[in-house]
Write a protein that binds this ligand. Structure first.
Ligand code: NAD
Length: 321
């Protein structure tokens, strides 16, 4: 088996490689060549940790495996470690033998950013100029960097519950040579693309904060009870997702589905747009919304790619197992 430690990922994996891996696996999911296994997520009753597994099988990409990990809220303060910890294990689909163990922390950020970026490529208006960020934490910077590569954006605007974190976004905008402006929530109306990436349990973005023609990528809601946008924005928008089953149960769509204003059959897999079986955005005035819940197959896709890159570069650690 090959081991690619966390410390090597930054030198191996690029945003372009993550984008390509995620776009391909979304397409495979919609073509029913790949499927995710049911997610396990447990509160351990120890260190207040949440731990779980996300796995799947991609027949098209010949990738089988799982990501194990979760959230340890006291890691940083007690041990100087990051709070999100995960590792990806890959198996040979022909034999069941373990084939790789890969650090999953940076990969999680890259594959999550790639997902919203893929949604922007396929759903945002071509002439999008202003991108609005809601959230300014760890993931937000990855999201913004990846999104800026998809359209000729001219300005970044942002809102965060904790405004002292907004310089995180300003820094990424400056790297891209773009101006940054902090806005209040109604100020989001200026945006052509909005990404939400917070840990919120209550709606932040209301339908009245979003202009017609905007593409909204909701990326923070990945658990039952979380919510970033008002449910009526999902009934106004055309809703796309990585996986419908996750979208309706633990994604942003859970609330509109629960109140009966949206049904599962009104939600389209983004892979169908990539494959061309769904036309995507229908008009310049339509609001499109991508509910990015985060699926195990995304993790496997980027991990498989990083193993190939590590083998090519001769940095993969080979272990007889
Ligand atoms: P972080 O702790 O670095 O940042 C959290 C962000 O949420 C900050 O902007 C903070 O100001 C904001 N926030 C915190 N509490 C809030 C509240 N009550 N209301 C509104 N905003 C609030 O976290 P992160 O690593 O950037 O992750 C952000 C979110 O993304 C988390 O909810 C995480 O679970 C989710 N996530 C989703 C995926 C996916 O695939 N969809 C993948 C990874 C992380």
């Amino acid at each position: 088996m090959h081991i690619v430690p966390e410390r090597d990922i930054a030198d191996l994996m690029t945003r372009a490689a993550a984008f390509d891996a995620v776009e391909k696996v979304f397409a495979a999911m919609a073509a029913e060549d790949a499927y995710n296994f049911p997610v396990i997520r447990e509160a351990l009753g120890h260190e207040e940790a949440l731990y779980g597994f996300k796995g799947g099988f991609d027949r098209a990409g010949s990738t089988l495996g799982l990501k194990a990990g979760g959230y340890w809220p006291h890691n940083l303060e007690k041990r100087g470690l990051i709070n999100h910890q995960s590792t990806v294990f890959l198996f040979d689909p022909d034999t069941g033998k373990v084939s790789a163990m890969v650090g999953g922390n940076l990969l999680t950020a890259l594959r999550t950013a790639a997902a919203s970026s893929v949604s922007i490529k396929h759903l945002a208006r071509e002439d999008a100029k202003v991108i609005g960020m809601v959230g300014a934490g760890h993931q937000a910077t990855f999201q913004l960097r990846a999104a800026l590569e998809q359209r000729s954006f001219e300005k970044v605007i942002g809102w965060n519950l904790h405004p002292e974190m907004l310089p995180n976004l300003e820094k990424v905008a400056a790297e891209a040579g773009l101006p940054f402006e902090a806005v209040d929530l109604p100020g989001l109306k200026e945006a052509d693309v909005v990404i939400t990436i917070t840990s919120s349990f209550d709606p932040i973005v209301l339908s009245e904060h979003i202009s017609d023609g905007t593409h909204v990528a909701c990326m923070g809601t990945d658990t039952i009870g979380k919510q970033e946008v008002a449910a009526d924005l999902l009934t106004r928008a055309t809703v796309f997702t990585d996986e419908v089953a996750q979208s309706t149960t633990l994604g942003e769509a859970q609330h509109a589905v629960a109140n009966g204003s949206l049904t599962a059959d009104q939600i389209t897999q983004l892979g169908a747009v990539i494959n061309g079986t769904h036309g995507g955005r229908a008009s310049d005035r339509e609001v499109t919304l991508f509910d990015g819940t985060g699926v195990g197959l995304q993790d496997l896709a980027v991990a498989a790619r990083v193993v190939e890159l590590a083998i090519e570069k001769g940095t993969a650690i080979e272990v007889d197992f």
